[in-house]
Write a protein that binds this ligand. Sequence first.
Ligand SMILES: [Zn+2]
Length: 672
Amino acid sequence: MYDRRGELIQVTAISGGGRREFTPISKIPESVQKGFIQQEDKRFYLHHGVDWLSLLRAAAQNKKAGKIVSGGSTITMQLAKLANKNSSPTFSRKLKDIFNAYRIEAKLSKKEILELYLNSIYFGKNSYGITSAARTYFSCELNQLTDKQILPLSKIPRNPNHIVPSEPVYFSYPLTLPHFVNHIISEYKKSHTALPYELHTTVDLEISSLAQNYLREALEQAKASRITNGSLLLLNNEDGSVISWLGNGDFFDNENSGQIDGVLVKNQPGSSMKPFLYALAIEKNILQPSSVLADIPSEFGNQKLYIPENFNNRFNGPVRTRIALASSLNIPAVATLNKAGVPAYLEKLYELGFESLHQNNTGLKADLGLALGAGEVSLYELVPAFSIFVRDGFYLPVKVLSENKHDKKLTNVRQVFSLDTARIITSILSDKGARALGFGYTQTFQTRYPSIFKTGTSNQYQNIIALGATEKYTIGVWMGNFSGNTVIGKTGASLPAWVARKVLDQLEEPDHPFPAPEHYHKERICSLSGLKAGPHCHATVSEYVKDETTLPACNWHQEINGHVQTVYPPEYQKWLRSQSGKAFIEHSASPLTVLTPNDNSLFFYSILNQEKQAIPFELSGGNEQTLQIYYDEKKFATISRPFVFTLPVDYGEHSCRMLCGNEEVTVSFTVR
Ligand SMILES: [Zn+2]
């Protein structure tokens, strides 16, 4: 099996345990060809299959010795002998070899005969052919054999028990990506198809090796928490092909069942499934990114009571859909599933390739728990499903074999979500500001290229999953343990995301942003109500709004008796009372967040358009009404909401520090 660049991954054993690699004659070094001809058949290029002179001499030698000491067989006759099942050294068999040698010479050229011979002969130690022999005896590729090594090898075919002198004998077949190789073999077995002689797969050995290093490093760090296993699947978004498939950190870790393939093991996905649920709700027009969901203690359903706790263990009151998804809030997710309907969601999950969730397979209880990642799925299902967001809604099955160049057609492609739904989810999952409520400003997600991330944990951190995608690649990393032991503490919760990020950093990524949805436009909305921003709104944000909808003006912020007040809808009253002292300070629900520009941005100053250029800033959240701005540590301005301003352009490196009450953010940028 080879990787996408033609690097050898593994030589799997043929039936009986032997190894046989084929090398065309054009790739067999001249020195090897000459060495074997010299040893076996000096007049190979002169005879027509049989060397009578050599046969007569052998007969004379054998008569003198009283037993067979020499065969006198040519290379062609030895090839004929290999094809002859009867191997007893009788005179009639020898005659048959002679007859067949003439037939072979009549059909094949000398080079073709030599090629078949060198690739067929048995070298002992379960090795067939010169390429496998080189690997077995000298741990090297065929073209690395020295003359000193060729000589003892050329003596073996006559006597397979011949001992190769002076050089150490050891076995050196590569055994990289064993889980991946085993998966391919088992797929062939399942379909009752014989494994072909040569398989060209889609994996990249170089990237896989890097990925394995990161995975092992993360597992090392998580050891103390009883996390012993981890797996990783990296796909190319263009055709769904596997770039890296790591079933576990270490295949040979017997103590922790290293041979189990973690890519195929089913685990609870936790919150990593939430994007599919919100995509369904957006697709069904139940939600828009601006729609407000209630993150307050709630009851759902007729009989069952759900009070799922949030990741950050607090209730946030009204939250826009964008923030609810990006910050992975639980109650809004359950509410969304309640509206979209469990059967519709399950149907969508099947469409997304989650075969594991088929009820008749698992006896899965299909209820609102699905919103929080109940049910068990594998990375093998999660990663291709997650990739549909950066693929404009198209699902592609996982592909492991590279097809030949003429067969570029993608099969089994299906559109599961509309282009716009996919792009809205991409916009949300790449929004680092929206993520802050649930996760703070994790450096892990701050990539220099556009990226989306989603994480999930379940069973008290037993299963930790991170999914990441860029325009070109999608990655999934799982960490936990196969033994079912309880994981200690929260240590390592962010490690899979760290691995995913590190691997994506190694890949070539475009620097243009993700494409915008087509039938949405940007509108300034109230960050609390999600409605069209009015004159009294404390904080506003720019958000995608569906073209056909007309957002009503915000009526949560009203001027009453000369004072601007926040009037919450009735459903929030109970929650408000529980927010001791926090009532009516709505923007505390959202930390001070720089929406533009990204930290460490690079701007290019154009001399053609001088007076129109400025560095645009936009912030949201914060718990005060004014923002103090320090440009390169010098006081620049104090502004009130909305927090939108520009800085003059000046070459070089700069920093901008912004203060809002007790919150402070700094952005660095460079102008060239
Ligand atoms: Zn408002």
